[in-house]
Design a protein around this ligand. Sequence first.
Ligand code: OX2
Length: 833
Amino acid sequence: APETEAPTEVPAATPEHTRTGMSKASLKQAYIDNLFYIQGRFREVATPHDLYMAAAFTVRDRMLDRWVKSAQVYKTSHARTVCYLSAEYLLGPHLANNLVNLGISEVARRAGEELDLDFEAILEEEEEPGLGNGGLGRLAACYMDSLATVQIPAIGYGIRYEFGIFDQDIQNGWQVERSDTWLRNGNPWEIPRPKISFPVRYGGHTEHSRDQAGRSRVRWVADMVVSGVAFDTPVLGYGVGNVNLLRLWKAEAPESFDFQVFNVGDYYGAVHAKIEAETISKVLYPNDEPEAGKELRLKQQYFFVSCSIQDMIRLHLNTVGPLETFHEKFVAQLNDTHPAIAVAELMRLLMDDHAMPWDAAWDITRNTFCYTNHTLLPEALETWSVALFERLLPRHLEIIYEINRRFLDTVRVRYLGDEARVARMSLIDETGGRRIRMAHLAVVGSRAVNGVAALHSELIKTTILKDFYEMSPERFHNVTNGVTPRRFIVVSNPRLAELITEFCGHDRWIRDLDCLRDLEEHAEDPALQARWREVKTAAKQDLALWLSQHGGVVLDPQTMMFDIQAKRMHEYKRQHLNVLHIIRVYQRLKQNPNLGMVPRAFIFGGKAAPGYYMAKLMIKLINSVAEVINNDPQVNGFIRVAFMADFNVKNGQRLYPAADLSEQISLAGKEASGTGNMKFSMNGALTVGTLDGANIEIRDEVGAENFFLFGMTAEEVRRKQAEGYRPWDYYHGDDELRSDIDLVTSGLFSHGDTNLFRPLADHLINQDPFMVLADYRAYLNCQDRISEVYDRPAEWDRMSILNVARMGKFSSDRSIRDYAERIWGIEPKPIGI
Ligand code: OX2
């Protein structure tokens, strides 16, 4: 195509230029070419999806250009590499993020305009890969972004679920799940690697023998084989040449297996085997915390772990050589216990396939793995029945027994006669049915263990892993979680990003978030405050418009404070505490319609695990309260309630910029870290929160005076529980609380049905495991304070600016640097552009 652009543009484009060039002209030409050669379309007949695909391929080509260079440098320099093992990656839409990281958002937008494309519509067309449930999966995605940005060679290993987290509809106030079909229209970001595939075996038995040298050898004769095939997604760092790899495994029936069955004429048997194999990577388990305990889930865990470890061994043999140095080439981070079977799998591969003696294999294994714990909730700690293990992974069970035998001997020597301790620390829980404690396997098999926020890491040491901490305290660490400012500021809140850049005088903050401190000196500047407010109001307008178009709730962005709680639905996160506050305000307004109050929009978003009855009832309650309040003309000028259906990454990006107030109200000691708290605060929301998880550190950073704190501390919670917590005392001792709970069951919110919400109310009054009633009064008082401050805009804006200015610590870049320096011992490998 002839160049008609300004002289700074590349001259007459060669094919190479248009394929990877960053100028507007190259982008335009590449876009047209991709539409034609990949989608087989020209502009006039292209569907919106064709237009999106062409954009995605245009961006992908530019990433692949850098990817190849990264791979070459990593390979020839034998770079030490992090392997992040995670059953979940909650990636969110790729296109806008990749444009930002490539640094071509603006020029691409202009190219789009000149081609007469609707840029926003193209971005909207993307189906996000929702290969995770919530915080844990999103953390893995943030870490992939930061690993590339801080230039650490890394591979993310996981599962290419055909169906990710379900889509949530709200029907008649209830959650209805729809299957997520993100792959239906093809995924332009992944590259299938049919030649990178590994067999994964299940079942059967083991045969023990001795080789000629008299060493014992084990053969595992399995009775099922599936094949794991790699699908690679490039992950580009922001403003750097480094591209890392996200390698997700898809389960297929191995060809040879098919043929075997074919040869004996069992055609249907072969088809059945194929279906059974493919089932393994079919669907993501939709639980956030509680453990699923399903056989297919264990199959999934072993499936992706085995493929990943086999792949690491292959890479090592191809590049470095002898397996004795495996742990010098790789460090493998276990994202919770879901991949903990990796400890036994690496042992098995080193010993059985590579003839390594136990001690050498154990040395390598122990020096390869590190383990991150994400929860203290007892119901979320994974255990697998020994019987299931024996049936599915007989060889691994033997290895686990042997690890345990050797480990418990060291415990016995260290703590003479303390058999109770031995039983507590065992990898096998012998109380009740025999079960394998995956957290213990992960700890024993790892060089380092970490929690995800300061409080959480302390609690690990005093509760669930106390014995292990006492035995080897030097292996316990804290790495406070972080989130990527690229996706959660630059992509989702471009107006704020621009304003920050203007007042900081630079955009270095995007890769060095501590630079946001440069905003502090402007916190009281009326000029910044006015602009700050404009940006917030504009984001609220966007959200209000979107909500009115999706679900029909009308909110006033000019007058109303946007008070948002968006996260998985769970009793420990206490969405019902928020609802009790709404009901209190409602009752106050009904009693005194002339009550002068700051108008508020209470906005919720979050999915409930399909089998979690109480969480689903909370969704129904929120929607029922919304229906009554939003239709009551006496109050709906002051308060409105909205439930945003299908909270996912894309919808989260609409919420975070628009929040004035962020609800982080879990019972102290229950939320390991939380990361939504960081996303809101980075976008200028003030937090109402307990001293839980990363809230504590957020408050330390932004200053206690810029954070709305309420509620018991973890220590007070522990004491109250030990004394015997009696929620009914609170219920009977506080007239307003009683009246709010009674209103829930009065039938007002349920068209006269006094039974619908009874289980929820009864549970609060009688059990209240997450102490909603104990924190109720403190929460209300705090909320009243919040309304007062919101009435003083200059003060609120100042606090909001300071929150953003002091969020540097919560960049996932900082988390990754912490891991790299303190846990992995790994250096950046910079690759220029
Ligand atoms: C979540 C934790 O609940 C949350 O507090 C934390 O911020 C997040 O992980 C990332 O560390 N499943 N999800 C979590 O833990 C588990 C288990």
